[in-house]
Design a protein around this ligand. Structure first.
Ligand SMILES: [Zn+2]
Ligand SMILES: [Zn+2]
Length: 239
């Protein structure tokens, strides 16, 4: 099993990331990836790009160095009702929307509050994937939320970067991956690269998926066509 798509990459448009889209694509090509998603932070983060960044993503070529490009965002969950920091008119134009909790944008609450927020996020028709939900700071009721993900045919992200920066994610990610396998919930894998050299860095995730014995049909990163077919059921993507 090979992971050929990186669904979570930050460009220099995010203040604390350091590579251009061109550099991200160049590294992705070198590593043999078929597709990457550009997912800069939603506007509630202090060093996020202006909304216009997302509005103008149409100028980014659909393919760079032979790597397909998804125009996306990593939106911030901004309240416990699962509202996110991107207006609908912008979300509508994007190929790929991750929604994540970041403690610089929202104060952590209770398990019940996080669970409620995730359910509302899943119900948002523009959101495709739950970003780095293994973060123990925002623990939620896994069964309840993952059943909802399954009902809405959304995706759960397993984030390689979480193992390094979000302490305690390792255990949660394993539980989440095991439950996704049991329930038949589809997953995506993201590097969460903040510099081009980390694009397609999936070492921790490969290990985890092997330990869990995740069936390939539930992993959406194994071919660009597979992910595009999934997204095209809900979105008007022309790649
Ligand atoms: Zn994030
Ligand atoms: Zn990120």
């Amino acid at each position: 099993m090979e992971l050929l798509i990186d669904t979570h990459c930050h460009s220099v448009a995010t203040g604390h990331a350091y590579s251009t889209i061109q550099e991200l694509a160049e590294q992705a090509a070198k590593k043999g990836l078929e597709m990457i998603a550009i997912t800069d932070h939603g506007v509630a983060m202090v060093d996020a790009p202006h909304l216009w960044h997302f509005g103008n993503l149409k100028v980014v070529p659909r393919e760079i160095y032979g790597v397909k490009i998804l125009r996306g965002v990593e939106a911030n969950i901004i309240d416990m009702d699962g509202n996110i920091d991107m207006p609908e008119e912008y979300l509508r134009r994007l190929d790929w929307v991750i929604a994540s909790f970041h403690d610089v944008c929202i104060k952590p609450g209770t398990i019940e509050q996080h669970t409620h927020a995730w359910i509302k996020v899943i119900e948002n028709p523009y959101v495709d994937a739950l970003g780095h939900s293994g973060n123990p700071v925002f623990t939620y009721n896994f069964d309840e939320v993952l059943r909802c993900v399954k009902d809405f045919d959304k995706l759960v992200e397993i984030n390689n970067h979480s193992f390094l920066v979000r302490t305690g994610s390792e255990i949660n990610c394993k539980i989440i991956a095991q439950k996704c396998k049991e329930l038949g919930v589809k997953i995506v894998v993201g590097s969460d690269a903040h510099i081009s050299f980390d694009v397609g860095k999936f070492d921790k995730v490969y290990q985890l998926l092997e330990e869990v014995g995740m069936p390939e049909e539930l992993i959406m990163n194994t071919s660009a066509q597979k992910l595009l077919d999934y997204l095209k059921k809900r979105k008007n993507i022309i790649i």
